[in-house]
Design a protein. Structure first.
Length: 476
């Protein structure tokens, strides 16, 4: 078997893996970097690529220390995007797509298909904009371009975020590919079997073994089984999946800016993003899962399309479906990313970014490359080191309450109408609290599941409990 020595092996060729490989090989022309990955339902190719900062803000996020840290990271990533994009496009040269869909402007809609979460998010977006010096303008919903909702779903208020950028994710991945092809020290290989190799790492391919003293694992929602096969003793926080479905539509009119609702119902809100060819990207559903799923569900598609046709533009009824997207967003089991070095020499991890991976990719790639090549500590990555103890911003009681409110928002968006006799509306929310409380009580102590992953507790409780127990029993 032919052995090929490299300096750094990057495993996972989503946007984080490609960006990290680009930052490493671009910083040192003599560095031998191998980028490996397989075709799978990852998050990057299915992404809406809202490079959003304020649009992702929620009241719950601002109440927690790590939520505020994530906001600061998003602000810094947005600051780096223009220079990063120019750097990648310059390296890609003429081989890059002529248009990558890059633009700015987002309208956040508080519509009639919502609950109190949306109202709280509106206030939180304004507060975050003021704190970070980012523009937030309230506008008349009638002035929002390309917005034609059904009357029952109309927007009651709207915010304009003129600095929020967006991108065509598929075109951006093609641009990264062209830039990577122009780097002489970078080699792309298919996926293989990952093993330890003395003090380093080895990727076993058909006919060859690639070895490296440094491994960057950027494998998204597939991270945990790879780590367990590599070294089951590592005390790294488990990563689960959040399946998401979206569609690209040949829309009836151009979309000059992003249209979106606030984050709600465990998800990133309903949104439409302009694409480089004039189509609309409409997303996105979310469904937490212990393992990635390869195909969308009928329920996810129904929920997505009903929301888009009612809340965004009823003219989409006659739009042609150009592409169906399905991907798995990686989520750390405490709700936060895993970024940086592990206790095992030479092993680095970049995953768990949930909805923020593409937006944060310039910052993560540059900071990780500087840490690997120059041993430069990163204040941006420090809170998210992979073998940390779980983040404990949530108490069990607070997580249950927030999850119950999220379920109520999901019911409102689904137009669930309880009987109008007695106290049915309140009884339903009380029922959510009771169901969630019982599900959380069955989980091991030592890790409080964040509200956005609460469906795992009542849908896959026994399997989730086993995963948490394995992690908590490991070396701490």
């Amino acid at each position: 078997m032919r052995r090929v020595a490299t300096d750094v092996l990057v495993l996972g060729d989503g946007v984080l893996g490609r960006s990290i490989a680009f930052a490493l090989a671009g910083a040192d022309p003599g560095l031998r970097v191998a980028l490996a990955g397989r075709r799978a339902a990852g998050a990057s190719a299915a992404a809406g690529a809202m490079l959003g900062v304020l649009g992702e803000v929620t009241a719950a996020g601002l109440r927690t220390r790590h939520g505020r840290l994530r906001l600061g990271l998003a602000v810094e990533a947005a600051r780096r995007w223009p220079a990063w994009r120019e750097r990648v496009r310059e390296r890609a040269g003429a081989r890059a797509p002529l248009r990558d869909g890059y633009g700015a402007g987002t309208f956040v809609l508080l519509n009639a298909v919502s609950g109190r979460l949306d109202e709280q998010a509106f206030a939180a977006i304004g507060a975050a904009g003021h704190e970070h010096g980012l523009p937030v303008q309230e506008v008349d919903p009638a002035d929002v371009p390309a917005h034609r909702p059904l009357e029952n779903d109309r927007a009651l208020r709207a915010l304009h975020l003129p600095a929020e950028a967006y991108l065509d994710a598929r075109r951006w991945l093609a641009t990264l590919d062209a830039a990577l092809a122009a780097l002489p020290g970078l080699t792309r290989v298919p996926a293989g079997r990952l093993r330890t190799d003395g003090a380093g790492y080895a990727l076993h391919l058909r006919g060859a073994v690639l070895t490296a003293p440094t491994l960057v694992l950027a494998a998204g929602a597939w991270t945990t089984p790879l780590l367990e096969a590599l070294d089951p003793r590592l005390p790294v926080l488990p990563v689960v999946a959040a399946e998401g479905t979206a569609v690209t539509l040949g829309a009836p009119a151009p979309l000059p800016a992003v249209l979106r609702t606030p984050n709600r119902a465990y998800a990133c809100g309903l949104h439409a993003v302009p694409q480089a060819d004039g189509s609309w990207y409409v997303g996105a559903s979310t469904a937490p899962a212990l393992a990635p799923g390869g195909e969308p569900t009928a329920g996810a598609l129904r929920f997505l399309l009903e929301g888009a046709l009612g809340q965004l533009h009823h003219g989409l009824t006659g739009a042609r479906v150009r592409r169906l997207h399905h991907g798995n967003r990686p989520v750390g089991l405490d709700g936060h990313p895993l970024l940086g070095a592990t206790a095992r020499p030479g092993l680095w991890i970049a995953t768990g970014t949930h909805r923020d991976g593409l937006h944060a990719s310039p910052l993560i790639a540059e900071e990780l490359a500087a840490a690997i090549l120059h041993h430069r500590p990163s204040n941006w990555l420090a809170p998210w080191h992979p073998d940390r103890s779980p983040v404990t911003d949530w108490t069990r009681e607070a997580a249950v309450e927030e999850a119950a409110v999220q379920l109520a928002a999901l019911a409102a968006e689904s137009r669930m109408r309880p009987p109008l006799t007695g106290a049915w509306p309140e009884l339903l929310v009380d029922g959510y609290r009771r169901q969630l409380g019982e599900a959380y009580d069955r989980l091991p102590e030592g890790l409080v599941l964040p509200p956005e992953l609460a469906p795992l507790a009542y849908e896959q409780g026994p399997e989730l409990a086993k995963l948490i127990e394995r992690y908590l029993r490991g070396p701490r």
